[in-house]
Design a protein around this ligand. Sequence first.
Ligand code: ZN
Length: 196
Amino acid sequence: MKETKRQPERTCIGCRGVFKKDEVVRIVAGPAGFVIDYREKLPGRAAYVCPRIDCIRKALGKGNLSRSLNSKVSPPGEQEFISRLLASSAEKIKSLIVMAAKAGMLLSGYSAVHDGVEKGRVKALIFAADLSDGTREKIMAQEAAPKRQASFLTKDEIGALLNRELVGIIGITDNGFADAIFTETDRLKNLISGAK
Ligand SMILES: [Zn+2]
């Protein structure tokens, strides 16, 4: 993957801060209500919000969103908005995992990942949430284990993405894919911890 180019700046309607395009979430007004345009493909007037609970709360309150988008549709509730956002983010991570696998930049399963880490090829690790602690620790104890590690999905769900049965560990061997995936998992992390 290519390096990210200089991006246009966007103002968050929550905190009014100015951010790079990738740091904020695009929202457009569709005929049936507000749509989180996670892939940034939809046409029309858009509003932007940081994926943080404070900003989302402000953006959804007091007709902020309706005013920014010049629309009379009422905004979704906070929890509804957050769950839609998390679902979009999870979809993006899943598609990046599939793309990395297709590009031959992903190792899966204990022995392949263990071997890849040993050879210094693994840039990021993803552990299934239901992987045993022992297995995780054996991988993490390796000297060349990358710092970027996340728990995401279950063995069943990772397996389904890769057309296999159960996959408990994957190792990403390309920095571009590792960066893209971890930009997303960090976003999720902020939202989940902020929502508590
Ligand atoms: Zn903000």
